[in-house]
Write a protein that binds this ligand. Structure first.
Ligand code: T1G
Length: 694
């Protein structure tokens, strides 16, 4: 047998037990072991049925992602499935955990399925730019019907045992005892009833419904804009109506391979690995000692503070929320109650869950009430002097060892650390608005931050359902620092003649959820004006001159919240062109004697995005981030950089850093050194013919 599949017999029942940590992926040894087990079942007359099950936390959770793109020494999963389809004896899948991708396909190729309570099922391949390549698009509709099958293969979401049972994907749910024992009993009951093999390949496709396919294509175009895999999955499923099963499965495999070798899957598999890589803190072992955090304080109850309180309470952590005064606290609790009540009204949260979360929140206007916490997150106004005073106070009223984290988006954490008197306990935890929704959390390691503090906030970030990424101290950390270069180029392009709406369209078609000007209107132009003001001391003349945001704020045009900014907004916040914007740009050009010109899409895209890539290379050179992974994960999860491009650094690698550098040099010649001096690391890597990921 293979080293990951053991074979056992219990009377007439054979068992193939897969043990291939961490998720029992169908690596070559698993495929080989399953094939051998089926051969033994067939060749031994004393054996009447085979149960396939897994050790560890889950049944097969998919094909082995790490094998993708590498030559396969064997025919892969399809051979195993074909053997199952031709087996003369029943094969039963006993499943638990997350039965995903190839794992679900193996289960559906078995003749019967019994699941432990709480098991989840799904085809997450589309999240890797793939689609089921092991018969999933052919067996699922035959077993579960067309609507369920289309939803499963295009959305990549998981369903539970109730839905799986209802849609005939499984035949039974175990009681929660020992699954192996129950699976054998289930096999015996099948044999007692004279039930033989029942291959899903022999079932007819359900009645065709082209409208369902059309609807799915529309949904994909909206929810997964720009992604090809879900559409290819639908194309594969349609084969079931045009070809015999075996031929349809063969062509499905061909479509899967096209997806696997495509740029989008390479990018999404890169993101899958990168999101796991950033959890590993360079220089610290995975099991590094962390501090116990049982109660968390939040001081500052504005929009961000409220969101942070909600994120913590939602994760079951008791929170001490400290506000300025009673009115401020009341307003915060009212806002939190309103947000959670709307979730309850929508049915996305139960009243009981809301009550539990609210009960975890205690409030105070006295920072001394933070003394019993092990972590305090500061979210007061973005003013350095005010924050310094808060950190001095926190250093006094909290116990030594209590972690003091600032949610600042660009102020210097080292300065706050000094003010606290306990620099080794100080760090940054930069949440993204809305803090109870956005996954990304930029954890900031200051010069004197204790490694134990770093390990603790990284673990806490994961514990509250965030995606923590480690950054060093710099203006804007990762996302905002790179975003500020895109904003700069956006304003410059407008000064040179590009229309804001055209610039937004370029990034929308690249895959961003919105362009820089629509984003500015959404966030509030007053917020952007405040950030520009904070950086005015180091801004260049030209950056200061491109003061469109300040001009609009002066006229009370703050964006969506006032119905007018770069765009006009109706009562439903639907955007339309704003004549005031065109007038402002024309007057600006006249005032400064600027010549406006036509600017092509390529130049717009390259100036906006290469400016960010160049800044990312500087983050690497300066050691602000340890790896390019942090940058790709942060920009995809913090700014909506389309995940199917792999993030800025992976995307630049695919273009070729020599080509990126050549364009940056061209912009430097046109725009000047101040904005387009290539990062030394980018020049070095381009010279060496390598990428950021080697
Ligand atoms: N292959 C290889 N390694 C995998 C893996 C996989 N499919 N899934 C997870 N891992 C590794 C992961 O890299 C990490 O390792 C460790 O397991 C724990 O993962 C043919 C084509 C199963 C829900 O897309 O969704 O089948 O990085 O931290 O939070 O038609 O992993 O620490 O060394 O995520 O408990 C389809 C992807 C593949 C499932 C568990 N399957 N995985 O979550 O742990 S394509 C998927 C997940 C396919 C067929 C098609 C999650 C999980 P390391 P983790 P977790």
């Amino acid at each position: 047998m293979s080293d990951t599949v053991s074979f056992h017999t219990h009377g007439a029942i054979a068992e193939a037990v897969i043990d291939n940590p961490p998720v029992n992926a169908t690596s070559a040894s698993v495929r080989q072991g399953l094939a051998e087990a089926i051969r033994k079942l067939e060749s031994d007359p004393a054996l009447h049925a085979l149960v396939i099950r897994c050790e560890g936390k889950t049944f097969i959770a998919g094909a082995d992602i790490k094998e993708f793109g590498k030559p396969m020494a064997d025919p892969g999963l399809p051979l195993v499935m074909e053997m199952m389809d031709h087996s003369t004896k029943p094969i039963i899948a006993a499943v638990h955990g997350t039965v995903l991708g190839g794992g679900l396909e193996v289960a559906l190729a078995c003749h019967y399925r019994i699941a432990a309570p709480g098991t989840k099922f799904g085809f997450p391949e589309v999240k890797l730019g793939l689609m089921p390549g092991g018969g999933g698009t052919q067996r699922t509709p035959r077993l579960a019907g067309l609507a369920t099958a289309i939803k499963l293969v295009t959305e990549g979401n998981q369903i539970g045992t109730d839905d799986a049972l209802k849609s005939n994907l499984i035949d039974a749910v175990a009681t929660g005892g020992d699954l192996a024992t129950e699976a054998r009993a289930f096999a015996e009951s099948l044999m007692a009833e004279g039930k033989g093999p029942r291959s899903s390949s022999t079932l007819p496709m359900p009645a065709d419904d082209p409208a369902l396919f059309d609807e799915a294509r529309k949904t994909v175009a909206k929810k997964m804009r720009g992604q090809t895999a879900p559409l290819r999955a639908l194309e594969a499923m349609r084969l079931g109506y045009e070809l015999p099963f075996d031929e349809a499965v063969r062509q499905e495999l061909a479509i899967f391979r096209e997806c696997m070798h495509g740029a989008q899957s390479k990018a999404l598999r890169h993101m899958f690995a990168a999101e796991r890589e950033v959890a590993r803190i360079p220089g610290l072992p995975a099991d590094f000692q962390t501090r116990s955090v049982e109660r968390v304080g939040v001081i500052g109850l504005g929009v961000m503070g409220r969101g942070i309180v909600m994120a913590l309470a939602s994760a079951g952590l008791p929170v001490v929320a400290v506000g300025l005064d009673e009115d401020n606290i009341a307003a915060a609790i009212k806002a939190i109650t309103k947000m959670w009540s709307s979730s309850v009204a929508k049915g996305s949260m139960s009243q009981e869950a809301m009550d539990k979360r609210m009960a975890l929140i205690t409030t105070s206007d006295d920072p001394r009430d933070l003394s019993a916490t092990q972590l305090v997150i500061e979210a007061v106004t973005e003013d350095l002097d005010i924050k310094k005073a808060v950190f001095a106070k926190l250093g006094e009223v909290t116990q030594p060892g209590t972690i003091l984290a600032s949610n600042t988006s660009f102020l210097n954490i080292d300065t706050l650390a000094e003010a606290s008197g306990r620099a080794e306990d100080v760090c940054g935890m930069h949440f993204f608005n809305p803090a109870h929704v956005m996954r990304l959390l930029e954890n900031v390691r200051a010069a004197k931050t204790d490694p134990e503090v770093v390990a603790t906030i990284m673990a806490l970030g994961k514990r509250i359902g965030k995606l923590p990424v480690l950054s060093g101290v710099c203006d804007g950390f990762i996302v905002n620092r790179m975003l500020s270069k895109r904003s700069r180029e956006g304003f410059f392009l407008v000064e040179e003649g590009a229309k804001p709406a055209d610039i937004d369209k370029v990034l929308l078609s690249y895959g961003f959820p919105m362009g820089p000007f629509a984003l500015g209107d959404l966030a509030g132009l007053d917020v952007q004006a405040a950030a520009r003001k904070a950086r005015a001391a180091t801004a260049t003349e030209r950056e200061l001159r491109a003061n469109f945001v300040e001009q609009m704020v002066a006229e009370g045009r703050l964006g969506q919240k006032t119905g007018s900014g770069w765009y006009l907004y109706d009562e439903n916040r639907k955007a339309s062109p704003n004549p005031q914007t065109d007038a402002m740009i024309a007057a600006h050009a006249e005032r400064h004697g600027l010549c406006l010109r036509e600017i092509g899409e390529d130049e717009i895209r390259e100036r906006l995005l290469y400016a960010m890539v160049n800044e990312g290379a500087k983050l690497l050179s300066e050691g602000i981030v340890p790896r390019p992974h942090e940058i790709d994960v942060a920009l995809v999860n913090g700014l909506g950089w389309p995940s199917y491009t792999g993030g800025p650094m992976h995307w630049a690698d695919q273009i070729g850093l020599d080509k990126v550098l050549a364009r940056i040099e061209a912009f430097r010649a046109e725009q000047g050194d101040a904005y387009w001096t290539p990062a030394p690391l980018l020049e070095q890597y381009a010279r060496e013919g390598r990428g950021f990921y080697a």
